[in-house]
Design a protein around this ligand. Structure first.
Ligand SMILES: [Zn+2]
Length: 268
């Protein structure tokens, strides 16, 4: 259950980020047509974590809601360079980092990505080590808000409580006030320039787990031009690991469907 909440946070965030676009696409009729599915591009293919597993979990979790049409790219350098294909998407989910071998995307891909978010209002969900990526790419860093840079770390992998800092926010409304999560607890993240973020959840990084003894951000939102962004440092699955408990299911999603379906469209 607790693991499911952590997995569902991005789902709820994604859904709310795209609510207005999906609603606008629906057709008024005597028998309402189902809303158009949210076109989502899941960006993966390079990551010092087990992206082959996590990307499948994220894809399955989104598809299981019936609200998303998810495409997965394992070659974002090429996919993002194709502006025509990119125009179809309302959301980017980032399960990608270049930590092991830093390499920026080609200029056209970076420009298309930035323009889609800032100008067209494509939403972004950044999961766990996505914040390790692209040192020096200022626009990306401002989108993610808090970055794994020099001074960042985590204590021992352990189970800890994640507490919502804003229980009335559309993403957190209706969820329990806290949940227990086995994970890496990132600390010492660097705040990007020009990236005021709204804190949604935090966790105490205990000294006993070799942490900082302070509350650390676990989920937050930002705005980049027209684009709305949700980022969470939760979600560690190391290379070669694939804990079966991290699998989500429609049954686990059911208690949170009102929040998913009825969240107001504005998230800031
Ligand atoms: Zn990790």
């Amino acid at each position: 259950m607790s693991r499911s909440i952590a997995l569902l946070l991005p789902v709820i965030a994604i859904t709310i980020l795209a609510t207005s676009a999906a609603t606008a696409a629906s057709q008024p009729a005597l028998t309402p047509a189902p809303p158009a599915k949210i076109r989502t591009l899941l960006i993966t293919g390079v990551n010092n974590h087990n992206w082959q597993f996590t990307s499948r979990v994220h894809e399955d979790t989104l598809e299981a809601t019936g609200l998303f049409d998810v495409d997965v790219t394992e070659d974002p350098a090429a996919s993002l360079a194709d502006a025509t294909s990119l125009a179809a998407y309302q959301l980017f989910v980032i399960d990608y980092n270049d930590y092991d071998a830093p390499k920026r995307w080609p200029p056209q891909a970076e420009e298309n990505f930035t323009t889609a978010v800032q100008t067209r209002g494509v939403g972004v969900v950044a999961i766990h080590s996505a914040n390790n990526s692209f040192k020096g790419w200022g626009e990306y860093e401002s989108m993610l808000g808090l970055l794994w840079r020099e001074g960042a770390g985590h204590g021992e992998f352990h189970t800890f409580d994640v507490t919502f800092a804003d229980a009335d926010h559309p993403i957190t409304k209706g969820l329990p006030t806290s949940f227990s999560q086995p994970d890496e607890l990132y600390h010492g993240l660097t705040k990007a320039k020009d990236a005021p973020y709204k804190l949604l959840a935090q966790a105490m990084s205990s000294r006993a787990s070799k942490g900082t003894g302070k509350d650390e951000p676990m989920a937050f939102t930002l705005q980049a031009g027209k684009g709305r962004i949700f980022a969470t440092p939760l979600g560690h699955v190391w290379t070669g690991q694939a804990p079966p408990s991290s699998r989500s299911s429609p049954r686990a999603s059911a208690p949170f469907s009102p929040a998913v379906l009825n969240g107001p469209p504005q998230v800031t």
